[in-house]
Design a protein around this ligand. Structure first.
Ligand code: KIV
Length: 272
């Protein structure tokens, strides 16, 4: 097993908070299915996010809006069955929590009860505080998400960097403080200036996990299919690709097609 894996036998919300206190960076990746979640978990990831990016990556939708609570629970329960060590956090999908705090609580209870996950994540600042507080009354840990919040894409109009202007940056910092006070155990910051992300991470005691938010935060998250190079068109500046799986899978499939057509597969040893 990798020597960079942190000591925790089972990562909990307390462990990630301890990592921040000790100055140990937190690693987080998305996963949506049993097979990849098992690989990611064995390789030593700290946190697995069953992100609503499944809507894009798994289902081919243009935005994260169409994915349903039932679909998120299906993905989450597949992931949970594979995971032995990582903390599993599940996105509350669009439409499952914005109505009111009662709806937010019942969606969170469904996720926890039906998937076996360990925490939920929701987008938004001051406008979701009563929901965060209500979910916490049921003992369900909540991760916040500020900056670029893809569920509000039609309000923003674009996926460009958020909080570049002072007023938006101030609102983001104040939202981060409110989420901390409401009891969130951690916070994701997506696509904001690195200096602002650093300021947020230094201003609050809960871990701040960035995606396109620079190096001076407490951890990093990427979408698994992006960092493995399976998604070809998506190429933001913050994305580091660790593999070119798109090309590798294409080459493997081309070889298989060729072998079938040429009758090379199956050979004598590959039959009964
Ligand atoms: O859904 C997702 O994958 C996310 C990450 C980008 C943080 O929310």
């Amino acid at each position: 097993m990798s020597s960079v894996k942190s000591d925790f036998k089972r990562v909990t919300t307390n462990s990630v908070q301890e990592m921040k206190r000790k100055g140990e960076k937190i690693s987080m990746l998305t996963a949506y299915d049993y097979t990849l979640a098992g690989i990611v978990d064995s390789a030593g990831i700290d946190v697995i996010l069953v992100g609503d990016s499944a809507s894009n990556v798994m289902a081919g939708h243009e935005t994260t809006l169409p994915i349903t609570l039932d679909q998120m629970i299906y993905h989450a329960s597949s992931v949970v069955r594979a995971v032995k060590r990582a903390l599993v956090v599940v996105d509350l999908p669009f439409g499952s929590y914005q109505g009111n705090s009662k709806e937010a609580l019942s969606s969170s209870i469904r996720i926890m009860k039906e998937s076996g996950a360990h925490a939920v994540k929701m987008e938004g600042g001051v406008e979701v505080i009563t929901s965060v507080e209500r979910i916490l009354t049921a003992g369900i840990p909540v991760m916040g998400h500020l900056g670029l919040t893809p569920q509000s894409i039609y309000k923003f109009g674009t996926y460009t960097v958020r909080a570049k202007e002072e007023a938006e940056a101030e609102k983001l910092l104040s939202d981060a403080r409110e989420l901390e006070q409401a009891g969130c155990f951690a916070l994701v910051l997506e696509k904001i200036p690195a200096k602002l992300a650093q300021k947020v991470a230094e201003s609050i005691s809960i871990p701040v996990i960035g995606i396109g938010a620079g190096a001076e935060v407490d951890g990093q998250v990427l979408v698994l299919h992006d960092m493995l190079g399976m998604t070809k068109e998506f190429s933001p500046r913050f994305l580091r690709r660790y593999l070119d799986l798109n090309s590798e899978i294409s080459a493997a499939v081309e070889s298989y097609v060729k072998d079938v057509k040429s009758r090379d597969f199956p050979n004598e040893k590959e039959q009964y």
